[in-house]
Write a protein that binds this ligand. Structure first.
Ligand code: ADP
Ligand code: NA
Length: 328
């Protein structure tokens, strides 16, 4: 029996992934390899929907790949590839764009948020059609499941609608994917402001996997908490402490109730010190492994090229079927 297929992508838009990316997405990518046939993409086409520097992009693609390999994505088991090496994504995206209503695309809330921040006139059409390219990313591989956080739900719904619309118009061709809902514990907040999500766009409060470990320890020790002294999990009343507990739970394997008991009668300093230690223990070998991959960029590129070839074999077959249906 063939394993169900999963497709997921991550943008190469930072010099390091942060723990939010790890806990919210990449940790699941690693685990899903055991139960799914996985296609994991470094989505560089998506990275140019906003202005980018070519040298940064090229470096970040390799840094992203090195981190994925170091975290445990096995390129022999999963298909790890760079999106721009697979022309089928844009070929399929065009067909899907021609099936998408202008108003329908305009209702995507992420575009509204992002363009509101940057100014609609300065936003690219690529940013506007981004969710349709994302639909193509998924449908090209006939993915059964797509790991999604809350922020991507609407885009997956569009993907499902487009697959169903194509199939209704041209006959059954595309696989309609199901959301694979990520654990609710996955959301990580900014260390300096536990009211906002940790993000590469607010780097001061993020915990980056490749950052200098001493600097990260400092960040953990000065994380914003509250004026009480009780180590207790309460997302609403104690978002900062709860965030630290969630992180410590992941990096030590201890459950949150277990941690609450462990810190009974102890202060935030102890909690932060233990988290700093656990985080350092996690990232120190990881950073060495990433450095190892980056020391041999030719080998790294070869791994990605091999993944790209495997990805092309699958995605090209989808495009061929789609083009045939359309009348090309
Ligand atoms: P960023 O928010 O830093 O721009 P991305 O949007 O590129 O990161 O996110 C890549 C993946 O990491 C997505 O699956 C997203 O849901 C997840 N992710 C990003 N930030 C967090 C966070 N703070 N907590 C949990 N998951 C996150
Ligand atoms: Na984001």
């Amino acid at each position: 029996v063939a394993l169900p297929r999963v497709l997921s992508g991550i943008q190469p838009t930072a010099d390091s992934f942060h723990v939010g990316n790890y806990l919210g997405a990449l940790r699941q990518w690693v685990d899903l390899q055991a139960t799914h046939q996985a296609f994991y993409s470094i989505v560089d086409l998506h990275a140019i929907t906003v202005e980018q520097d070519p040298a940064d992009l090229r470096r970040r693609i390799r840094v992203a790949a090195a981190q994925l390999l170091a975290l445990g994505i096995d390129p022999q088991v999963s298909t790890l590839f760079v999106q721009s090496q697979v022309p089928a994504h844009t070929q399929l995206a065009w067909v899907l764009e021609c099936l998408t209503g202008f108003g329908e695309a305009g209702r995507m809330t992420q575009f509204k948020d992002k363009s509101a921040r940057g100014g609609a006139d300065r936003s690219s059409v690529g940013l506007f059609t981004y969710p349709i390219l994302q639909a193509a990313d998924i449908l090209a591989y006939a993915a059964d499941a797509v790991p999604v956080g809350e922020d991507q739900r609407q885009h997956l719904e569009l993907t499902r609608n487009l697959a169903q619309r194509f199939n209704a118009r041209y006959g059954p061709t595309l696989t309609v994917p199901e959301p694979y809902i990520l654990k609710a514990t996955a959301k990580i907040y900014d260390l300096t402001d536990p009211g906002v999500k940790m993000s590469k766009s607010s780097p001061g409060g993020s915990l980056d996997l490749l950052a200098d470990v001493k600097a990260s320890v400092k960040r953990i020790k000065s994380a914003v908490t509250d004026n009480e002294r009780e180590v207790r999990y309460d997302e609403d009343a104690k978002p900062g402490v709860s965030n630290l507990l969630r992180l410590l739970s992941v990096f030590t394997g201890a459950s949150i109730p277990e941690l609450e008991r462990r810190y009974e009668g102890r202060g935030y300093g102890d909690l932060k010190g233990d988290l700093a230690e656990a985080f350092a223990a996690f990232v120190t070998p990881l950073q060495a492994s990433v450095a190892g991959y980056l020391a041999d960029p030719a080998e790294l590129d070869a791994v990605l090229r091999a993944g790209g070839e495997r990805a092309r074999a699958t995605a090209d077959a989808t495009v061929a079927a789609v083009y045939e249906r359309v009348g090309f």
